[in-house]
Design a protein around this ligand. Structure first.
Ligand SMILES: NC(=O)c1ccc[n+]([C@@H]2O[C@H](COP(=O)([O-])OP(=O)(O)OC[C@H]3O[C@@H](n4cnc5c(N)ncnc54)[C@H](O)[C@@H]3O)[C@@H](O)[C@H]2O)c1
Length: 437
């Protein structure tokens, strides 16, 4: 395991890996330019930031997702990323560059946690490290934002909830859909406006056509960079992809599953990995609702989506950004159909395109977690919104996170138990205690 290993690296290896990192950096630069165009860059010394108390952040794990978050984090007024930690030198140097001149670099996250000036920590490391790092950070008096899935095991996730409560420090989990105006809007349509009538069935899927494998020139980094493919670090597709979507099912139904069964296999990518490249899972939710989930790595035709099907209509959320409503022939008129854009659906049906700024009563705006979104929210992606909420609502104002430890825990239990059901070839029945800490 690379867990506690202090990785030594020669200059030649560093340069070789840097060449690989340069290609990734070029992509990141192009992406950053797009982000710059969307969002004005603010720094801790800008006019708006001077009016806010500064928030000092320590960042642990600056790989792919860490960099995605860091790019957005440094633009939030008043944020100072004062410390960056990673064990892989190319990622560490990239993270420090992105964080700015005030950031100190660390190889050992425990040294970063010793700093008294750090208010909060963001953790974007491989799954098997989430629990220990989060618990150590909470016990060091920091609020924590930890990427999903919350933890590698149910026991670890449970302990994270308990330590957050004991320390009084908040724990936010990175299921960013909770901060997406499109998701909040769709949930409101389903739950409050009841546009699909009685929910009878849910389908969700995440289909890709790639190996999930990263190119690694220096074999000593194989497991560090390809941790997703090895079960000692990873819980595979259910943790990496499904957890976001099963979390949405929990959220939209305001429930947790009653039972789960499934199948998995290493059916296509027979390349030394020991996590499944193909999972098919059925959950049972209250009121007879069945949730059919699939994730594969050898065909991308369907992309990824969540589809809620009721006796009056279907809500479809695709690629984490587009929403559609397909009404059944028996559905009553909603009153705003004529104003909505239309999209073609299956079998000649016409869908209404959900637009958070148009397909709802005028002037109500988007409300996420009871908080009305400020002007301009519709131009921001969910990563920006979840980070803004963490910095402003959680760290500055001490509010409970919208996607808090309990929400993350329920999603983690649901996906980790699906893996267990697949592994054991059984149907697992959940008890309410399994979802309660
Ligand atoms: N919310 C989302 O949409 C989303 C998307 C992608 C990934 N993620 C999550 O983010 C996490 C990271 O995924 P990734 O794709 O960025 O992985 P990654 O491998 O690209 O990055 C992980 C980083 O952690 C570093 N690391 C490993 N051990 C460490 C240690 N002991 N101390 C400090 N750093 C260490 C690695 O060197 C690497 O740079 C995972 O939990 C993943 O599920 C979330």
């Amino acid at each position: 395991m690379f867990k506690d290993k202090h990785i030594q690296i020669s200059r030649r290896e560093f340069l070789r890996d840097s060449a690989w990192a340069a290609a990734a950096a070029a992509f990141a630069t192009a992406f950053q330019e797009r982000l710059d165009a969307q969002q004005p860059k603010t720094s801790s010394t800008s006019q708006s930031a001077r009016n806010l108390p500064p928030v000092n952040i320590g960042f642990i794990g600056t790989g792919t997702q860490g960099q995605t978050l860091l790019q957005r984090l440094v633009r939030i007024p008043g944020v100072r990323v004062v410390a960056v930690c990673d064990v892989y030198p190319p990622h560490l140097s990239r993270g420090v560059n992105m964080a700015g001149a005030q950031a100190m670099s660390y190889r050992d996250y425990r040294r970063l946690l010793e700093r008294k000036d750090i208010d909060a920590v963001i953790i974007a490391t491989p799954l098997h490290l989430h629990a220990q790092m989060t618990i150590d950070a909470l016990q060091a008096g920091k609020h924590v934002f930890c990427e999903k899935t919350m933890a590698y095991s149910v026991e670890e996730a449970r302990r994270m909830v308990q330590v957050s409560r004991q320390t009084g420090k908040h724990l936010q989990i990175g299921h960013q859909r909770h901060y997406s105006p499109m998701y909040a809007h769709t949930r409101e349509m389903m739950v409050e406006q009841e546009v699909i009538g009685k929910l009878v069935h849910v389908r969700a899927w995440w289909h890709r056509n790639n190996s999930w494998r990263r190119p690694v020139r220096d074999k000593q980094y194989e497991e560090l960079l390809n941790w997703r493919l090895y079960s000692k670090y990873s819980q595979g597709l259910m943790a990496e992809l499904a957890s976001h979507q099963i979390d949405v099912v929990n959220w939209f139904t305001d429930a947790t599953p009653i039972s789960v069964m499934g199948m998995g296999g290493i059916d296509y990518w027979k390349d030394g990995r020991d996590v499944w490249d193909n999972v098919e899972v059925i959950y049972e939710y209250p009121n007879g609702v069945k949730v059919v989930y699939t994730s594969i790595l050898a065909n991308q035709y369907d992309g990824y989506a969540e589809q809620f099907m009721g006796d009056k209509g279907t809500l479809l959320l695709t690629n984490e950004k587009d929403g559609f409503l397909f009404l059944e022939p028996t559905a009553e008129e909603l009153g705003w159909e004529e104003h909505a854009k239309k999209a073609a659906g299956k079998g000649g049906t016409t869908g209404l395109v959900l637009d958070v700024t148009a397909t709802k009563k005028k002037g109500t705006g988007a409300v996420i977690g009871g908080r009305k979104m400020e002007a301009g929210y519709e131009t921001k992606d969910a990563y920006v919104l979840e980070l803004e909420s963490f910095v402003n609502d959680v760290v500055r104002n001490g509010q409970k996170p919208v996607c808090d430890a309990e929400v993350g825990y329920k999603a983690a239990v649901a996906v980790l138990m699906a893996n267990k059901a697949i592994e054991e070839g059984t149907k697992i029945t959940f008890t309410p205690e399994m979802f309660t800490v």
